[in-house]
Design a protein around this ligand. Structure first.
Ligand SMILES: *Cc1c(COP(=O)(O)O)cnc(C)c1O
Length: 401
């Protein structure tokens, strides 16, 4: 039967009935260990009791009022985000791309109200992913996402990561901001060096540019800090957040200093759904858990455990795993064979992992993953490696005959 859904996704032949913590129960009767977490979204796993309670309680009170009225749950969530970050103000959106759109508009408006409307260009970095709206595909700069959608939105320049000379060469009188993911997610779990991020901060300071961090994937505890910038010694002016912040409820946020946000006055930006009471209730509940004393330390410890176990696997299976990379519970395996083959082999072992650029398979388990479940995932990855090696061996034997 053909699907009435727009066929923009190559979906696996698999659907799920329910979830519990890091486990998903497939309609095929199998239980899957979820090391994708909905692409780093289900930060607290599936059906977390505290989130279920927050959502259902709010659902019986009020779902939506519009941003024409006060939303106390949103005030509270914004206050908590501000207290725990560099930021002074927060704009809530429905998605990551919209959080980035807010960041881009804010950076341009900042210069406009400073008397420099000609400063609208934003420098981004090769391998970036910032979303699928017209502006964010231009920001990401990937030909495969731009092709066929008309002229690329004007005002984005792209240089290679870690190439300081190229960056300096592209900054000009029209430049407004630099925009970067501290660890590229879709690009293949590629960590940007702290030294390079420091150079970005210095360049921003010396040229009067704003520094935008896209922490949509790295944020909300994923790397073992609330936000990845805390590892880097560098503070952005504007930060886009989404994915984990809603634990599976669609929401995003654009955080900024008061200075960077000074152009965003009444009427300059808006959203119908962003920051609605349902999203805010769940966002607060996610923070309740992640800000519990010791929670992030545990993420850090479990990240190190996972990394160590993956490094052992790489040593045992060099024909399948070429490289282990990432930070905290945002790990990537660069795969020797096509990563799609590895992802299918893992799925045959009832382990869900996600592809990324650079032939990487991403491991993004829920942050509540236990040591035993990490051990279980490692066992299943090992089995997937063995299955691929067995296939390679029989292919070699077949070729020799
Ligand atoms: C997922 C992602 C986005 C886009 O978020 P959507 O919610 O899909 O719009 C943008 N930037 C980064 C770094 C992401 O990982």
């Amino acid at each position: 039967m053909t699907s009435p859904l727009l066929p923009t996704y190559a979906r696996a032949e698999l659907s799920f009935e329910k979830g519990e913590g890091p486990w998903l129960f497939g309609r095929d009767g199998e239980r899957y260990l979820d090391f994708g977490a909905g692409i780093a979204v289900n930060a607290l796993g599936h059906a977390h009791p505290h989130l279920v309670q927050a959502l259902t309680e709010q659902a019986s009170k009020v779902w939506h009022t519009s941003n024409l009225f006060q939303i106390p749950e949103g005030e509270r969530l914004a206050k908590r985000l501000v207290e725990n970050t560099f930021a002074d103000v927060v704009f809530f959106s429905n998605s990551g791309a919209e959080a980035n759109e807010a960041a881009i508009k804010m950076a341009r408006k900042y210069h406009a109200v400073n008397g420099h409307p000609e400063r609208f260009r934003i420098v981004t970095f090769e391998g970036a992913f910032h979303g699928r709206t017209l502006a964010t595909i231009a920001a990401g700069g990937q030909a495969k996402y731009l092709e066929g959608f008309g002229p690329k939105v004007e005002g984005f320049d792209q240089v290679p990561v870690e190439d300081l000379d190229a960056l300096k060469a592209v900054i000009g009188p029209e430049t407004a901001a630099l925009m970067i993911e501290p660890i590229q997610g879709e690009g293949g779990i590629r960590t940007v060096s702290n030294a390079f991020l420091r150079e970005l901060r210095n360049l921003c300071d010396s040229h009067g540019l704003l520094l935008i961090f896209d922490e949509i994937q790295t944020g909300v505890g994923r790397t073992g800090k609330l936000f990845a910038y805390e590892w880097t010694g560098v503070t952005p002016d504007i930060m886009a957040v989404a994915k984990g912040i809603g634990g599976g409820f669609p929401m995003g946020a654009c955080l900024a200093t008061a200075e960077a946000a000074k152009g965003m006055t009444v009427g300059t930006h808006g959203t119908t759904f962003g920051g609605n009471p349902l999203a805010m209730a769940v966002g607060n509940a996610v923070l309740d858990v992640i800000l519990e004393p010791g929670f992030l330390k545990e993420v850090e410890r479990k990240g190190l455990l996972l990394k160590q176990r993956l490094a052992e696997l790489k040593d045992r299976h060099p024909g399948v795993i070429a490289d282990v990379r990432g930070h905290g519970l945002m790990m990537g395996l660069r795969i020797v064979v096509p990563n799609t083959e590895f992802i299918a082999a893992a799925r045959a072992e009832k382990l869900l992992v996600i592809g990324a650029g650079d032939n990487v398979a991403r491991l993004l388990p829920p942050l509540i993953i236990s040591d035993a479940e990490i051990g279980e995932a490692v066992k299943r990855i090992e089995a997937a490696c063995a299955a691929i090696e067995a296939g390679q061996q029989s292919a070699r034997l077949g070729a020799a005959q």
